[in-house]
Design a protein around this ligand. Sequence first.
Ligand SMILES: Nc1nc2c(ncn2[C@@H]2O[C@H](COP(=O)(O)OP(=O)(O)OP(=O)(O)O)[C@@H](O)[C@H]2O)c(=O)[nH]1
Ligand SMILES: [Mg+2]
Length: 423
Amino acid sequence: MKKNHKNAIVVSLNEDISETLELALSLGYKTVKTFFQLRDKPDVNSYIGSGKVEEIKEFIENSNDDIDLVIINGEIKPSQWFILEKELNIDVYDRVRLILAIFEQRADRREARLQVKLAQLQYERPFVRELIHRARAGEHPGFMAGGEYQVDDYYEMIKKQMKKIKNELESIRGERELRRRHRHTGGFYLVSLAGYTNAGKSSLLNLLSNEKVKVEGKLFSTLSTTTRKIKNKDLPILLTDTVGFIQDLPAFIINAFHSTLEEIEVADVVILIVDISENIDTMVKKLKVSLDELIDLDVNSPIIIALNKTDLLSQQELLKKIEHIQKLGIVNDKKMIPVSAKTGYNINMLLETIYNVLPHLIGFKIKLPVNNETQSFISWIYEKTRVHEVSYNDFVTISGECNIRIHGIICSKCKEFKGLVIQ
Ligand SMILES: Nc1nc2c(ncn2[C@@H]2O[C@H](COP(=O)(O)OP(=O)(O)OP(=O)(O)O)[C@@H](O)[C@H]2O)c(=O)[nH]1
Ligand SMILES: [Mg+2]
């Protein structure tokens, strides 16, 4: 009978394995057994020590379940990986490779696919180097038929492929840059949804924009950014959903996703979504990881913390958790708003807070001649600004408020049409 899931074993040097179990499940692996080898430092040769390797090997050989994968709850060195796969005779993934495999499964658009491929090649490079080393020493005769020419060729191929992907990503980055500039000149405010994976970013985007972005209990459902227009009391806003954060992700993976994460850097306001329903230690750990990530991304804009999934806890528990966060002193003066993307609880309060922290609108008043050319400019003004008053006689006089970024455009267009800038 065909299984609808694959079986994995998780091996860990510490007891903190819940996230790795979730990652395994997100990739479609059921963890049938966990092995703990509690020690401060990994074994230099096999990460877990030869005794544990033997124990696992025996388990795999005698298990009634077919074991498809061994997952190491940590980062392994290429030499350790080589020994483990050789001894256990089964695929061995460490946590980073597991995350990359999830990314690969989820990558739905060209940019995401390229970003994942680049990160994978970067990850694999030292492992290929290890295989080359072993093949040369005659320890792995099967690899690339052992021929030195082919092995070198393979390494060259990875290098070339990485260069090609980087170039492609660079051109996509150019397109993204252009789109961003349009958004800015279009008078939109940019609001980004950021946060730990599974916190509810996509759910909040869906709620605020009536969208149907994929929402799942699995980790890393979202890998590509989605941007939707919303109106907040007449303010045109572009709301962007982003890839989730996770602890201990090597810098090269974060770098590969840099252009996607830039959506957070350029935002006028960042909404940091936190799953407040999780147990207090996990919640705090994830909040710290997320805040550090925002610091690394050099976010200078205001950050509003949306404490999501409040429908899953009592008011008393909620207050206790908020008090705990405040006492830790990690959120400084950032506003915290308890919400529920599921029930819609307090969403108006969140919108109100976003509205209040957005850069202020500035007033404008212009006088234009009335002709066909200025008509389309006037429609543009109606679309992008908050018009207060319009009066027609020989000229048309318009006054209103606009996003500070487009004030200059209004003035220069007005002069271009031989009009007068009054304010
Ligand atoms: N009870 C409850 N569940 C929620 C709420 N918001 C989101 N969820 C659930 O939490 C899970 C993750 O939600 P998503 O919106 O996919 O989270 P995300 O932050 O976009 O996750 P990734 O894209 O994987 O990083 C889903 O099962 C949602 O149904 C909420 O307010 N209450
Ligand atoms: Mg999502």
